[in-house]
Design a protein. Structure first.
Lengths: 109, 115
């Protein structure tokens, strides 16, 4: 079967660092994505990993370990506007992209 | 417009009625996806088009749901005999190609409420 697990909610303080974990089991693997979704809005693309290792893009970094079926999204220097849901998504066999339930991040002052 | 456009943005209907939701993808994008999102959940895959053909429709919940993309651009999601459980936000996304390296560009969604 196909399954993507991520924590339901996390809370962090403005200016801090937070790591959102994602584990997955899918039929085939063609890459892992992270999307950000603010309440009432559409998801927007953050990052893509297809090879093991860390991809850094400004305040956001994403890590992938294919052998462990594991990824994390790292957010540095948290800002209030980072309060949102973060969706882990995997492109499996046939290029079908499956999403996890999302992690709601609350950033407090 | 430059982005993915979905209409209507909101649709309220009665149980048993027929509904059509429209998606206009980014010009030139060959891949088009439909997802359904309930409150507090991630997007649930419904169907994926590559050009005019449905490459994968394994996510359609039952035969009341059908989608078309006759000219490889605009797509319509059709729901027959709507049920209260169909209430959700229906998201459309497009991608330059069907390759997995392509990020998905989402529309704002069509919020369907079945009374």
């Amino acid at each position: 079967g196909q399954n993507i697990d991520q924590p339901t909610e996390m809370t962090a303080t403005e200016g801090a660092i937070v790591q959102i974990n994602c584990t997955y089991q899918t039929s085939g693997f063609n890459g892992l994505f992270w999307y950000q979704q603010h309440a009432g809005e559409a998801p927007t693309f953050l990052s893509y990993n297809v090879l093991d290792g860390l991809e850094e893009k400004g305040r956001f970094s994403s890590f992938l370990s294919r052998s462990k079926g594991y990824s994390y999204l790292l957010l540095k220097e948290l800002q209030m506007k980072d309060s949102a849901s973060y969706l882990c998504a995997v492109s499996g066999g046939g290029f079908k992209t499956i999403f996890g339930a999302g992690t709601r991040l609350f950033v407090k002052a | 417009g430059a982005g993915v456009s979905q209409t209507p943005s909101n649709k309220v209907t009665e149980k048993g009625k027929y509904v059509e939701l429209r998606c206009d993808p980014i010009s030139g994008h060959t891949a088009l996806y439909w997802y359904r999102q309930s409150l507090g959940q991630g997007p649930e895959f419904l169907i994926y088009f590559q050009g005019t053909g449905a490459a994968d429709d394994s996510g359609l919940p039952n035969d009341r749901f059908f989608a078309v993309r006759p000219e490889g651009s605009v797509s319509t999601l059709k729901i027959q005999r709507t049920e209260r459980g169909d209430s959700a936000v229906y998201l459309c996304a497009s991608s330059p190609s069907g390759r997995s390296t392509g990020e998905l560009f989402f529309g704002e969604g069509s919020r369907l409420t079945v009374l």
